[in-house]
Write a protein that binds this ligand. Structure first.
Ligand code: TXA
Ligand code: MG
Length: 332
């Protein structure tokens, strides 16, 4: 068997952006930086490109994709934007917030991207490279996190290139480490209700300052099917043990703040000063390093639920969840 060539990495210069635009127009996939994590982007209006994203990730077809636009003004052509959604857009776009809205009847986005739902997840990323590539492509881009389904999300170009061969991903644009480090927060707008579907890079407190208290997906009987909240695994290879106050000599320790227990094989501290935004930015890269440390398991110190702590705890809980997947489980 000939070894597969890994996807090529290029710097984010004008020539690379133009090449990415041409590749995306031609139906190819491009790995690109956003402020949250790297995305695996394809033309959202092309069934073929969207199908190629599902195939490259090994992603279950019932789990829909987020569609990315370059400007907030591009949203109304794709989905119905109620006043509460517009208020969120005005406050937080471009930025790490995805809105699940009703698709317009004439929405040009592939139905595959919505996985058959009549809703569309829309986001306007804050990263200048992501926005430049969307503009160069001239179409909205479907872009899930650029990891094989169920694995840790990528926060560097190298993470993406190592995971995909060149015949799946034509190009990876290197924008450096992603500053936010966890995926966007997903809020569903169903009627006049705003529902938290996935905690992420924009804190609940900031969103609720605009919307008032968010409904929880679970206690909203009228909410449509919300794949974004199904149990999924942002999983390293090693088992993960949460809320550790002590550590075994053959364990790797993911620490947070002060009072770090002694005796681990290896330690990474998400934020020695106890800052949840710093911890989010470090989360996936540190999990990757600990995963390669030769330890038996990864023990994780307690993380507070404030700020971006809610998103960190969500990802860690999924990483620690049992690995045998129930049939409806969605990994993303
Ligand atoms: O920060 C992010 O959001 C990154 C970057 C690349 O933009 N993208 C990302 O995409 O995290 P992905 O595919 O890994 O996660 C998308 C989540 C999934 O949990 C999916 O179920 C949910 O969004 N989702 C997409 N469309 C939806 C819809 N119409 N209704 C409910 N959930 C939806
Ligand atoms: Mg994902």
């Amino acid at each position: 068997m000939t070894p597969q060539t890994l996807a090529p990495i290029k710097p984010p210069v004008a020539e690379t952006i133009a090449q990415a635009g041409r590749l995306l127009k031609g139906g190819f996939l491009v790995g690109l930086p956003t402020e949250t994590v790297y995305g695996l982007a394809g033309d959202a209006t092309s069934d073929r490109a969207v199908a190629a994203i599902f195939a490259a990730k090994g992603r279950p077809g019932f789990n829909p994709l987020i569609v990315h636009v370059a400007d907030a003004a591009d949203a109304p052509a794709l989905a119905i934007v109620p006043p509460v959604a517009q208020a969120l857009i005005d406050a937080f776009w471009p930025g790490p917030l995805t809105l699940v809205l009703q698709r317009r009847a004439d929405c040009p986005v592939s139905l595959l991207a919505s996985a058959g739902l009549d809703t569309l997840a829309l986001r306007c990323p804050a990263h200048p490279v992501a926005r430049a590539v969307i503009r160069a492509a001239g179409v909205p881009l479907a872009a899930p996190s650029a990891n094989p389904s169920g694995r840790l999300s990528p926060t560097s170009a190298r993470d993406v290139a190592d995971a995909f061969p060149e015949d799946r991903v034509a190009l990876v644009i290197d924008g450096g480490a992603t500053p936010v480090g966890v995926e966007s927060t997903i809020v569903g707008l169903f009627g006049d209700r705003a529902v938290m579907l996935r905690p992420g890079g924009l804190s609940r407190a900031e969103i609720e300052a605009v919307t008032g208290p968010l409904a929880e997906a679970g206690d909203d009987a009228d909410a449509p099917r919300s794949p974004g909240r199904l149990l999924s695994h942002y999983a390293p290879g090693l088992p993960v043990r949460l809320d550790a106050t002590g550590v075994a000599p053959d364990e790797a320790l993911l620490a947070f703040g002060a009072g770090v227990p002694e005796g681990a094989l290896v330690v990474e501290n998400l934020s020695p000063r106890g800052d949840t935004a710093e911890a989010a930015a470090n989360l996936f890269a540190m999990l990757r390093r600990l995963d390669r440390s030769g330890a038996r398991a990864i023990a994780v110190m307690p993380i507070p639920a404030t700020g971006l702590g809610e998103a960190i705890r969500d990802r860690l809980a999924r990483a620690a969840a049992p690995r045998e997947a129930p049939s409806r489980e969605a990994a993303s």
